[in-house]
Each structure stands twice: as structure tokens, then as C-alpha cells.
Ligand binder design. Sequence first.
Ligand code: 5GP
Ligand code: ZN
Length: 138
Amino acid sequence: MDECVFCRIAAGKIPSAKIFENEEVLAFLDIGPVSDGHTLVIPKRHYSRLDECPAPTLSSLAAALSCTAGAVQKAMKADGYNVLCNNGRAAGQIVEHLHFHIIPRKTGDGLFRNWPSYSYPEGKAAQIAEQIRRMLEK
Ligand code: 5GP
Ligand code: ZN
């Protein structure tokens, strides 16, 4: 995965503003922040998407994500933060190496204002839940 930008960052071939590092995980500042302190948390090994990453690595990622998010919030004096993981082009993933964004938020900052939610018609939620449960069994 020599051409992958996050593999190259994990290998130290491209410089980054590092926040946290252990054997499996690296956290560093996003080069194009949405807000000050916008941080990326990645597995050092290359997995494209969340559902491809093995559970032990996800467990390390979750632990790093949690403590890094707390530190980012405190350091940036943020009122909150979003954790975002884009999977696939359709979902806005540009870098195809699994990563979690930690985006510090201030009250009234106006980011991500529109969450286009709607209601399911009668019976549709049960049907969709069943469709997803069937895939879990595979
Ligand atoms: P995505 O849209 O794939 O979820 O987000 C990829 C993120 O990676 C973007 O926010 C972008 O600014 C960041 N990014 C891309 N290339 C680099 C880089 O070379 N260094 C750092 N630190 N961040 C990068
Ligand atoms: Zn990679």
C-alpha cells in the first residue's frame, strides 16, 4: 500500500502533526481542518473500511479514539465534538484508508447544521431491521 497517503504517514514517510501513537494506532491533525484541532485516528495497517477492520484492531482504535477525543476537546476548549467515519465514495470518503475524524465543536458554530431526517412509513422500519439482521448472520 505504498501509494496510500495514510500508510505513508503511518510509516513516517510523510510528516504529520502527531497527537498519539502506539503499535497499532496513530492520531494526527487533519491537514484540512473543519475546526481547530480536527484530528484523524487511523489503524497503522491498511484497511479501507470499518467493516474490513478486525475486532482487536477496532478495540485499540476505540480506546485511542476515546482518550484522544477527550484531550482534543479539553485542549481546544470545545463544547463538544463529532466523531465521523466516512466509508466509500458515496459517503464522502476520499482517502481509502480507514480513519475516524474528531471534529471539535463550539456552541452555535453552524457546522453540519442540516441532518436530513424523515420518518419511516408503517411497517418499513421492521422490514429494514429484518433485512439487516439477516446480513449479520452471514
Ligand atoms: P475523508 O473525506 O476521506 O473522510 O477525509 C480525508 C481527510 O484526510 C481530509 O479531511 C483531508 O484533509 C485529510 N488528509 C488528506 N491528505 C492528508 C495528509 O497528507 N495529511 C493529513 N494530515 N491529512 C490529510
Ligand atoms: Zn493505507
